[in-house]
Design a protein around this ligand. Structure first.
Ligand code: SAM
Length: 286
């Protein structure tokens, strides 16, 4: 008979093993890592504690808590939403169902920005569709003399971004509730505009990983061809003063995105591929 996950004292290593098996059985590739993250959360301890105490018995209460978290993951809720955080460019960001979980490919925007501007630059940065604030807050942490504005049309996302600013002790940032640039002063000059807009084609919705069902639709989809937000952003930023714009793009979107921005006399500077060789970040200047 299979051992119950709680009801008898189990030790840390057994709990991880049995949970990882359950996660693997439902097709989760990161089963062991996820099992450890869930147990860390249930116990309120870190990875070193789990490793150093792998033979320690886990209390019934903690096992019950762990079983609840495990069930959520088995139902394919993203691990970041269950544990409430995600690392981005070496810093922890709070996440919830109201924001897109920061993705490793988005870190590439940071790399590209830090090549264009040095760390002491006193620049103004605008982040369109800030979500958790991961892009603008990371840039401001890396460039402490810069100032930033993060825009989102979701008030609940802005509340998370503000919490992240507080946790990271970033004060030179303002969050604005706006449909893209509509609530920004048109006279404001930005040296850098960054954006990771929603770019998944709506037509692909049924083919996506189950985890994406837990993320906000407004953070994911860019209309039938995925390009609607680029069309709106290009039009709106063409009315602003800026030097560079760095945007994340989806697979096979480079050519179309280039054309959209060039219609507004925004010049293509370069496109950079990510580690998988996919054109991922596109840079324009005005
Ligand atoms: C792909 S998510 C990116 C979030 C975050 N910048 C990141 O990279 O993890 C896109 C964000 O754009 C926001 N958004 C969608 N439509 C918008 C609009 N019309 N105006 C402002 N923000 C919008 C969504 O709420 C979401 O937070």
């Amino acid at each position: 008979m299979a051992k119950p996950i709680y009801g008898e004292p189990m030790i840390i290593s057994e709990l991880i093993k049995s949970a990882a098996k359950k996660l693997q059985d439902v097709g989760i590739d990161t089963a062991r890592l996820d099992a450890m993250l869930l147990l860390e959360t249930a116990l309120g301890k870190n990875r070193s504690y789990l490793v150093a105490n792998s033979e320690a018995a886990v209390s019934e209460n903690a096992q019950k808590q762990f079983a609840i978290l495990l069930k959520r993951r088995i139902n394919r809720e993203p691990i970041s939403q269950i544990i409430g955080k995600k690392e981005f460019y070496g810093r922890q960001f709070k996440v919830s169902k109201d924001v897109l979980t920061p993705r490793p490919e988005t870190e590439f925007i940071i790399e590209v920005a830090l090549k264009l501007f040095n760390k002491n630059s006193e620049i103004n940065i605008l982040d369109l569709g800030t979500g958790s604030g991961c892009i603008i807050l990371t840039l401001l942490a890396e460039m402490p003399n810069a100032k930033g504005v993060g825009v989102d049309k979701s008030k609940s996302a802005l509340a998370i971004a503000a919490k992240n600013a507080y946790d990271l002790k970033i004060e030179n940032v303002e969050f604005v509730h706006s449909d893209w640039c509509k609530n920004l002063e048109s006279q404001q000059k930005f040296h850098l505009i960054v954006s990771n807009p929603p770019y998944i084609p709506k037509t692909e919705q049924k083919t996506l990983d189950a985890e994406l069902d837990f993320e906000p639709e407004t953070a994911l989809f860019g209309g039938d061809d995925g390009l609607d937000c680029y069309r709106l952003i290009a039009k709106e930023i063409s009315g602003l003063k800026f030097d560079f714009a760095i945007l994340e793009i989806g697979i096979n979107q480079e050519g179309e995105v280039k054309k959209i921005f060039e219609q507004y006399q925004i010049k293509h500077k370069e496109t950079l591929a990510d580690l998988a060789g996919i054109p991922r970040v596109i840079v324009f200047n005005k």
